[in-house]
Design a binder for this molecule. Structure first.
Ligand SMILES: [Zn+2]
Length: 102
């Protein structure tokens, strides 16, 4: 699995660096090493980020949505079911709202 910057879902510039390879600026990275990481990212996803007044909050929410989407499209049907079945109650609401496209 992969990691994505919270600005534009690009990779790290170098391993161990916190620079986004696309923006060349400091960023936080969302890492997905297994199904569990994906489940926890969906569970803590910023529901309603698109209503945020702060453009930075919006950008981070959008980047996170894109990153999760990219990971989901790499999974098999069985793995997607595993993600769905492992979600918290809040995570299931978020799933229906944002990720129930596959
Ligand atoms: Zn970036």
């Amino acid at each position: 699995m992969n990691e994505y910057s919270n600005c534009c879902t690009a990779n790290r510039m170098f391993p161990e660096s916190d620079l986004c390879s696309h923006c060349k600026e400091h960023a936080d990275f969302e890492e997905f090493n297994n199904i569990k990481d994906l489940v926890s990212s969906i569970n803590k996803f910023d529901n309603y980020y698109e209503m945020a007044d702060d453009p930075r909050v919006y950008a981070i929410g959008l980047a996170s949505e894109i990153a999760i989407d990219k990971e989901l499209t790499q999974l098999t049907k069985e793995e997607v079911s595993e993600v769905k079945n492992s979600l918290s109650t809040v995570g299931k609401v978020i799933w229906v709202r944002y990720f129930n496209k596959i």
